[in-house]
Design a protein around this ligand. Structure first.
Ligand code: PHE
Length: 451
């Protein structure tokens, strides 16, 4: 029987299940696709250091804040904010979260679909030298193909969320996360045995501060934010299924450690082969969909390694997509009293439809631009990760740091197993450091401040 709190709300069955589900949300395309290429562009180890610092100063305090809000109210974002302060303004922050989860999932699923396509292709045909770029272009040019794979990815996500908190999200995280870990570990060891290992490790670990521009530091902050799934209520939602016996500070440290560990392992998997096969480590987003298949084409056993690589990536993407859908679905369950089935099928379908323009933005709708000449897909990503998420995070920090009272916050941090908690330092970080850092990030991304 599903575990429930005394209001009948479903809860996580175990602490490890909760940690794996939250880590599953955090570990996604951000770690495996974005992190290595950003590190490649901004000085390797220097970027890694900036990212770790941002994780500690911004990521940890905000994640604690989100979990506390969810657990203390036992509600998803809109309900949580309403319950804490029933004003006109604050629940809007919850709404922003729902909108950004909706937007992000609509295009995240399109990328998830590309990965499914790569898995399918690697089963039936081999990676061919010099063909990776052409193949990727071909996939992007075919609207039908993209929609089919986007549909499949969404269908998998809907199928998992349908099972609910314990038998859906928690169960899938308990299977997918350890599998992901094992595959990534084997791929990393394999990669570390290649001749470029020394150079790859040096690149990732030795900071080249000359390449870490101010823009690089801000990128690292923004990345820490996206990578930890903050600022859109995903962690409020997951916190709302948490019982009082869990120590939030300890869980957050575990989740963040897992997330950072995965990102670094992904880097240690990618860079040794990048140097072995002499490709440019700073080539940007294509590092993933073009460079890696190219490397698999040239590597002995590349077919099977490539297959497992993409399986691992899709596992990571699915657990993140599940958390995005849960944010949206839980609003309809909590606030409108819908059944999980109805909310899930309906919203899953609506999000699938909303993702179609993104799937078409590299072909039929290629010429349609929204912001600054960007196509629909890039515009949505830009809007969500550069504006809505940091604004959501900033408002969450202000709300928790300045609006909530000590009596409302302290008990949440101090309850749960063990005596380890850090209320004092956390409160200073969430009140001063997080808002200031996020304002700087926002001023930079909006171009108001030029560095
Ligand atoms: N953290 C996920 C990633 O790294 C993305 C994500 C953002 C998921 C926000 C949920 C909420 O890919």
């Amino acid at each position: 029987m599903a575990q429930q709190n005394n209001q009948g709300r479903e809860q996580w069955a175990s602490k490890i299940g909760f940690v794996l589900a939250a880590a599953g949300s955090a570990i996604g395309l951000g770690n495996i696709w974005r992190f290595p290429y950003k590190a490649g562009q901004y000085g390797g180890g220097a970027f890694v250091l900036a990212y770790i610092l941002a994780t500690f100063l911004i990521g940890i305090p905000l994640m604690i804040a989100e979990f506390s809000m969810g657990r203390s109210t036992q509600k998803s974002p809109v309900g949580a904010l309403k319950k804490l302060r029933d004003s006109r303004f604050w629940p809007l922050v919850g709404w922003m979260g729902i909108c950004s989860a909706f937007i992000v999932l609509s295009y995240y699923s399109v990328v998830g679909g590309w990965i499914l396509n790569y898995i399918y292709e690697s089963c039936f045909s081999s990676f061919q030298t010099g063909m990776a770029g052409v193949r990727f272009e071909e996939l992007l040019a075919r609207p039908g193909q993209q929609m089919l794979w986007h549909f499949l990815f969404m269908a998998i996500t809907v199928f998992i969320v349908r099972g609910g908190v314990k038998s859906g999200i928690e169960k899938c995280s308990k299977i997918l996360m350890p599998s992901l870990m094992v595959i990534l570990f084997i791929l990393m060891v394999n990669s570390l045995m290649s001749s470029g290992a020394g150079e790859g490790i040096r690149f990732l670990m030795k900071p080249d501060f000359s390449k870490l521009t101010r823009a690089g530091i801000l990128e690292a902050m923004g990345h820490a934010f996206f990578s930890l799934s903050l600022g859109m209520g995903a962690m409020i939602t997951y916190g709302s299924y948490l019982d009082k016996g869990t120590n939030i500070s300890v869980s957050v440290l575990q989740i963040v450690a897992l997330n950072t560990f995965y990102a670094i392992m992904a880097g240690l998997m990618v860079f040794p082969v990048v140097f072995t096969y002499n490709v440019d480590p700073g080539m940007g987003p294509g590092l993933f969909f073009v460079t890696m298949p190219e490397i698999f084409a040239r590597m002995p056993g590349g077919q099977i390694i490539g297959f497992f690589f993409f399986v691992m990536v899709v596992f990571a993407a699915i657990t993140s997509a599940v958390s995005l859908l849960e944010v949206v679905v839980s609003y309809f369950i909590d606030q409108l009293g819908w059944s999980r089935e109805k909310a899930n099928y309906l919203l899953g379908s609506v999000i699938f439809l909303a993702g179609i323009p993104s799937a078409l933005s590299s072909n039929i709708l290629k010429t349609v631009t929204l912001f600054g000449g960007k196509n629909i897909f890039d515009s949505l990503d830009f809007l969500a990760s550069n504006y809505i998420m940091p604004i959501g995070g900033l408002l969450t920090a202000v709300f928790v740091g300045w609006v909530l009272t000590k009596q409302e916050k302290e008990p949440e941090l101090k309850c749960g197993e063990g005596s380890f908690h850090f209320y004092g330092i956390w409160n200073v970080l969430i009140k001063y450091v997080v808002p200031v850092a996020l304002v700087i990030v926002l001023l930079y991304t909006t171009g108001i401040m030029n560095f």
